[in-house]
Design a protein around this ligand. Structure first.
Ligand SMILES: [Fe+2]
Length: 490
């Protein structure tokens, strides 16, 4: 009871007296003195009335203590495992490789997506376009090809020019296919069911490659979490220092149940605001030296606890080539990050497998900054109106099309003998950014996360139609796949 005596003296020093019954009440209910210090005692006398509300609070805390697991969840207790499957960025020099490499790349895209489409029951009997003339008028059939051109007739119907390696056919979309025509993009690979009359293929259904329905949801045994952020934009005048400060305070808080479970942090590009990304950008910068912008990023990363593995990829604001796939940040820009064992520099896009151990396959993350999204949202009319503030729509579209930039020209794609933007593996988590909006959704078992930003709305964003929703941080519990969104802004 030494602390109670101390309490009496301390309260007396503050001009507060303790009623004898209050003294007994403290002893009887074991009320911690720390709780009494926080009371507001305006009348100068501590009475039972002040103390009674504390009894329930103390009991509840005791109850929480009883049900608390013996071993607290602490990510430090587990090793991280990170396997970054970077894209090959060595063949990006267009002048050296010429147009042949583009032809190779489109052939590869066609073959990879055709193989995915062939697994669809509706397309198992698909014939090559060159063979259509042999089966003319013989009932319904299926074809697979690249959409070379899409036109809309005066009556609102779509006509496609579909091509495979054996030929080209004109397609008229009818019945169910008419509405789906709004979603078809030039250059994507699709399947069609319908009839051929020797002149036109009348398609009654369009089959997109899509991802299969999951048989189960992939999880890990260890109680660890992954955090997803992007579009930090260090160096911008609109960078919100408060979000950075609050985020760092949280992720370093060992008493925070969620923060102490964090084992992985993903940052999906636009790490800095960059230089010369758009006209008159200089007016929007507080740090005008690109190296100094990356120094701010380095200082940020260094403040993340070292037991957390950090995976970073570039975005269109970063100082690497803009053609996708983009290479990882080079040593020249972030020398300090190359010394940190917990930092993994990825290409954009990249597949990243985390926490594979003890016979478990871990969680596969598809990380893509998302620069194609603005153009795609504009091209796909049903999602045009709400697409930039609801990124889940365009994320679902690219998964259905199994390509991160299905329409040629929605990004600059570096030529390569393989089309490295094909979504050839089905991820557990699809993480993107760029739109500065935020969403969490689920599509056929895949957790969709479009990260928020650390930057407020800029005049440049006004011009491209983006609406900032800053400070949202997404946390996925890898052992339950439960998703939480924390708000470090409002
Ligand atoms: Fe951004």
């Amino acid at each position: 009871m030494e602390s109670v005596q101390k309490l009496i003296f301390e309260l007396m020093e503050r001009g507060i007296l303790i009623e004898p019954s209050a003294f007994d009440f403290i002893k009887e209910h074991g009320i911690p003195v720390e709780k009494i210090y926080s009371l507001e005692i305006e009348e100068g006398v501590l009475t039972r009335k002040h103390l009674e509300p504390l009894v329930e609070e103390v009991r509840n805390e005791e109850r929480v203590e009883v049900i608390r697991p013996v071993k607290r969840v602490k990510a430090e207790e587990y090793d991280f495992f990170v396997e970054v499957e970077n894209r090959d960025t060595s063949n990006g020099n267009i002048s050296q490789k010429g147009v042949e490499l583009f032809v190779e790349m489109f052939k590869d895209r066609y073959e990879k997506i055709r193989d995915i489409l062939m697994q669809r029951a509706e397309l198992r009997n698909a014939v090559s376009i060159g063979k259509l003339k042999d089966i003319k008028g013989n009932g319904e059939t299926a074809i697979i090809g690249v959409v070379r051109e899409k036109t809309k007739t005066k009556n609102g119907n779509y006509i496609l020019e579909l091509e495979d390696t054996t030929g080209v056919v004109n397609v008229f979309l009818k019945d169910d296919a008419t509405k789906l025509g709004d979603y078809v993009l030039e250059d994507e690979v699709i399947g069609l069911r319908g009839n051929y009359n020797g002149n036109f293929f009348y398609a009654s259904n369009i089959v997109f490659p899509d991802v299969p329905l999951p048989t189960d949801i992939n999880k890990v045994s260890d109680p660890v979490s992954a955090v997803f952020i992007s579009d930090l934009h260090f160096g911008s005048k609109e960078f919100i220092v408060d979000i950075e400060r609050r985020f760092l305070k949280w992720i370093n808080d060992k008493d925070d149940k969620i923060a102490s479970s964090v084992k992985y942090l993903f940052i999906a590009g636009d790490l800095v605001d960059g230089i010369g990304i758009y006209p008159e950008q200089e007016d929007d910068l507080v740090v005008k030296d690109i190296y100094k912008q990356y120094e701010l990023l380095e200082r940020f990363v260094e403040k993340i606890p070292e037991h957390i593995a950090i995976v970073l990829c570039p975005g269109n604001h970063d100082a690497v080539r803009s053609a996708e796939p983009q290479p990882p940040l080079p040593k020249e820009l972030v020398p300090e990050l190359y010394h940190l064992n917990n930092v993994f520099l990825a290409t954009n896009p990249a597949y990243v497998r985390i926490h594979r151990k003890d016979g478990e396959k871990g969680i596969l993350v598809l990380m893509y900054h998302g620069y194609s999204f603005t153009s795609l949202i504009d091209m796909i009319t049903p999602i045009r109106k709400y697409g930039t503030t609801n990124p889940q729509y365009v994320m679902k579209e690219v998964l259905k099309k199994r390509h991160l930039a299905p329409a040629y020209g929605c990004i600059i794609q570096a030529p390569h003998e393989h089309d490295q933007l094909v979504i050839d593996k089905v991820p557990d988590i699809f993480h993107t950014g760029d739109l500065h909006s935020h969403c969490v959704d689920n599509y056929k078992g895949i957790t969709l996360i479009s990260s928020s930003t650390f930057q407020a709305q800029t005049s440049f964003m006004d011009r491209v139609g983006h609406v900032a929703n800053p400070g949202k941080v997404t946390v996925v519990e890898l052992n339950t796949r439960e998703v939480r969104v924390l708000d470090f802004y409002n």
